[in-house]
Design a protein around this ligand. Structure first.
Ligand code: BGC
Length: 421
């Protein structure tokens, strides 16, 4: 059962929040508020885990940049398997009417965010594994989009046909098409691209599409709005963004909450603790003096990866009402810290793409509220989604006490650490 969420009152006199795309000032000019050298300042990688985009192997050096470096994200495998399970449960509970054109094949299409992002690959694997359409095992299961994106005959090499029995009749389950949703310039997880893809796919083989699965809600909603809603085709996404959760009433079938209320808190709380020179688990695994604390059902910490991982929850027609406001701070960690013991500090925080649905719609508003609770003056920099240039140009290393980085490409940690050395 989910704990109560609460809205906090913004203490505007305490902190002037700088919400910026391209950098704006963050209070007084000059250096950070402490005289710590850049190489020793707290550094949190968040949402995009330093890793090899080809193999998924973690970049352990990047999370060991200094003693105050961590990663904050969520358990991508647990979340991906929940998403797969959610789609599988829906399929198994359906009757033969799910096969819209009665051709004996349950056809689904898949919107992929970024095949080089381990989170996106995990979700593709989660769905293919649950439906039985994946080739390979575990982390080696093929997460590539179908080449040329169509598989109408079942001969694609990236996936295989599976079977399901509905109302006593055995049907084929087939991934009809999948595509990485990317802009001309190379920005990934692109909702418009997904909206265009479903228009294209539906006009080419519309009544063969019985289900839609997306690596995230932004792309899922675009497909829902462009075609699925009107055609009553079930869509499954990931993120539990507010608009998607609300659309559950209109037939959006399900999403996964990656507990952004917990992750946004962790992102800034880890920084706060490092700046205060206290145990990194303060207000996380152990209560702080204001009463903030998380529980084991919210997150876990993995020391060898220097990583805090939030846990995911499935959001479906049965429980969506509890998730209608994903921007509300999490009640167990909603207590204001005092400025006497936790003086204001300046944090540089990048978002790989200012237009990313989940990060701008859900995560950033949460960060803004927690920044106020934790007395952090956060400067937000939104990137262009396809290279690190906009963010790196804005990273004035002499202005900040700590850094929270959401990279464009997960391989690029070195571009940041070389500036901070
Ligand atoms: C979210 C996506 C988002 C991506 C950005 C993922 O965790 O589910 O919606 O586009 O993060 O890195």
């Amino acid at each position: 059962m989910r704990k109560n969420k609460t809205k906090i009152k913004r203490n505007t006199s305490l902190i002037a929040m700088a919400v910026i795309l391209g950098l704006t000032g963050c209070g007084t000019a000059g250096g950070g508020t402490t005289d710590t050298a850049n190489k020793d300042k707290p550094l949190v990688w968040w949402n995009r885990q330093p890793s090899d985009s080809a193999t998924g192997e973690l970049d352990i050096a990047a999370v060991n940049f200094n003693k105050d470096t961590y990663y904050v994200g969520f358990d991508m495998r647990q979340g991906a398997s929940l998403q797969g399970q959610m789609v599988e449960d829906y399929l198994l509970a359906s009757d033969l009417s799910l096969d819209r054109n009665g051709d004996g094949t349950i056809g689904y299409v898949l919107a992929i965010g970024d095949s080089g992002h381990n989170i996106s690959a995990a979700r593709t694997r989660g769905v293919r594994s649950a439906l039985g359409t994946g080739i390979g095992e575990g982390d080696d299961l093929n997460a590539a989009p179908i080449k040329g994106d169509l598989n109408l005959d079942g001969n694609a090499t990236e996936v295989k046909d599976a079977q399901v029995t509905l109302d006593g009749k055995t049907l084929i389950v087939r991934e009809l098409a999948s595509r990485e949703m990317i802009t001309d310039k190379g920005a990934t997880w692109d909702a418009n691209a997904a909206g265009n893809a479903i228009k294209e796919w539906s006009s080419a083989f519309g009544d063969q599409i019985d289900l839609i699965v997306s690596n995230n809600d932004g792309m899922g909603m675009a497909m829902f709005n462009a075609w699925a809603h009107a055609n009553k085709v079930p869509v499954f996404g990931y993120d539990a963004n507010g608009d998607c959760v609300a659309a559950t009433r209109d037939g959006f079938c399900g999403s996964i909450s990656q507990h952004p209320d917990v992750q946004a808190y962790l992102t800034l709380r880890v920084i706060r603790n490092c700046l205060d020179g206290v145990d990194v688990q303060t207000g996380i695994g152990i209560p702080d003096e204001a009463g903030n604390v998380l529980s084991d059902s919210d997150f876990y910490y993995k020391e060898e990866e220097r990583a805090f991982y939030a846990l995911n929850v499935a959001v479906t027609a049965g429980n969506y009402k509890d998730f209608l406001d994903p921007k509300a701070v999490y009640a167990p960690v909603s207590h204001q810290l005092s400025t006497k013991d936790h003086p204001e500090r300046r944090v540089f925080l990048s978002i790989y793409n200012k237009d990313d649905d989940f990060l701008s719609q859900t995560y950033q508003p949460l960060l803004q509220q927690y920044a106020s609770l934790l007395n952090l003056d956060v400067s937000f920099v939104g990137g262009n989604g396809h290279d690190e240039s906009t963010i790196l140009k804005s990273l004035d290393v002499n202005k900040f006490d700590a850094y929270a980085i959401n990279m464009v490409k997960t391989d690029n940690a070195g571009e940041y650490t070389s500036l901070l050395k």
